[in-house]
Design a binder for this molecule. Structure first.
Ligand code: AMP
Ligand code: ZN
Length: 142
């Protein structure tokens, strides 16, 4: 896609700091290091978000995660965990609309990265949860 910053990185038209590449994916350091080693894994094929993946592309991209995660972890003995994130849609904080997976190594609970889920366990009773699941189950085969 001509006007996509990650397609331009993949094509070598703008610079990036690469950490892994094969025929189907590229991994490079996020320009804004949420923590040291923050890496983006992208399919070389332009797809905007997870909703556009087929099973083959998903298998290709997501299968690279374990070895990349282990390599990042092994790169610094201070790394004690990792958050793996994939934002889909502006409302979900996606800002670059070429699908990418964030690998964010964690050093401590003071390392300037956090996720807040909150506790909403009293929001849906069992009947309401079943209604939500029914609506999803009805669409899984689509
Ligand atoms: P998201 O908000 O999930 O769409 O994440 C997009 C990420 O791309 C952000 O963390 C940016 O810092 C990162 N980013 C944007 N431009 C570049 C670039 N030229 N090189 C590396 N990372 C980039
Ligand atoms: Zn692209």
């Amino acid at each position: 896609m001509t006007d996509c910053i990650f397609c331009k990185i993949i094509a070598g038209e703008i610079p990036s700091v690469k950490v892994y590449e094969d025929a189907d994916v590229l991994a490079f350091l996020d320009i804004s290091q949420a923590t040291k080693g923050h890496t983006l894994l992208v399919p070389k094929k332009h797809v905007p978000d997870v909703f556009a993946y087929d099973a083959t592309l998903a298998a290709t991209v997501f299968s690279r995660l374990p070895k990349l995660a282990r390599a990042i972890q092994a790169s610094d003995p201070q790394i004690t965990g990792m958050n793996i994130l994939n934002n889909n849609g502006a409302v979900a904080y996606q800002s670059v609309f070429h699908s990418h997976i964030h690998l964010i190594p964690r050093y401590s609970d003071q390392d300037d990265f956090s996720i807040h889920f909150g506790d909403h366990s009293d929001r849906f009773d069992t009947a309401a949860l079943n209604a939500v699941a029914d609506a999803i189950r009805a669409k899984v085969g689509d």
